[in-house]
Design a binder for this molecule. Structure first.
Ligand code: ATP
Length: 228
């Protein structure tokens, strides 16, 4: 399909933004390490973090209020360049479905912004249980950040073939391309073995979380007496 010079100029002027959602219960240095790596690696103008208000896939966890999680995310990135925090999922009623969030971001900023969705590999492999998951890959490019053991491309190739769509082909070692859907890039981020579960468990058993979360987040958790 041809594009006019005007369209191309608009494209060039568009901002490149990564969308990074999560429960962030709480946000931790693993999140911060991988998003700083991805921002530099893919030259994003900005990465927008959006806490999930009611995570549909994480019931029964010791969930801090959405407001408190939002506050912690804001304080975690306040001194980092090029990161923004959105309360888009806190403004909606009901469970926070990613497909709805993507459509909303595109409606609000789409004329000026080219979005990529950032997913940890555990979240990516969980997508078959998400609402209209396959539509996500028709809506925007996805970057999957490997979490834990590095596995090579084989598990991604078979998962994509079975659960996303037939017709994806591996290009340049780590990009799956399709003639109708958006690319899925597998990004070999530095391994950082921190999880929110580990942090909540440490707090419950009276252990220090120093070095696992930013200092301001640690202070907020202590003052608010979260995760006890
Ligand atoms: P929990 O332990 O409560 O399940 P979590 O540490 O996985 O939480 P989330 O807020 O659910 O944190 O994560 C948001 C996103 O960040 C997900 O896509 C997840 O895969 C990714 N992620 C979280 N921690 C890491 C990490 N250490 N390395 C790579 N990706 C991560």
């Amino acid at each position: 399909m041809g594009t006019s010079a005007g369209q191309r100029l608009t494209d060039i002027a568009k901002m490149n933004a990564g969308l990074f959602g999560g429960t962030f219960n709480p946000i931790h240095n693993g999140h911060l390490g991988i998003i700083q790596y991805v921002k530099a690696h893919y030259a994003f103008d900005t990465i927008i973090l959006y806490p999930s208000a009611l995570p549909p896939h994480k019931p029964n966890l010791n969930l801090a209020s959405a407001r408190d999680r939002l506050t912690m995310v804001k304080s975690a990135v306040k001194n980092l360049d090029g990161f923004q925090v959105s309360d888009i999922e806190l403004q909606r009623e009901g469970p926070s479905f990613t497909i709805d969030t993507i459509s909303q971001f595109k409606t609000i900023y789409g004329r000026h912004t080219r979005f990529h969705l950032l997913l940890g590999s555990d979240a990516f492999f969980d997508t078959p249980s998400w609402k209209q998951a396959r539509h996500i890959f028709g809506a925007l490019p996805v970057i999957v950040m490997q979490r834990g053991e590095k596995t090579g491309m084989a598990p991604f190739a078979s998962f994509i073939d079975e659960h996303v769509s037939k017709g994806y082909k591996l290009k340049n070692d780590n990009i799956f391309v399709h003639d109708r859907l958006f690319p899925i890039r597998i990004c070999n981020v530095p391994r950082i073995d921190i999880s929110s579960t580990q942090i909540r468990n440490r707090i419950k058993s009276g252990k220090s979380i120093s070095g696992l979360v930013p200092d301001d987040v640690e202070t907020f958790i202590r003052i608010k007496d979260l995760y006890k």
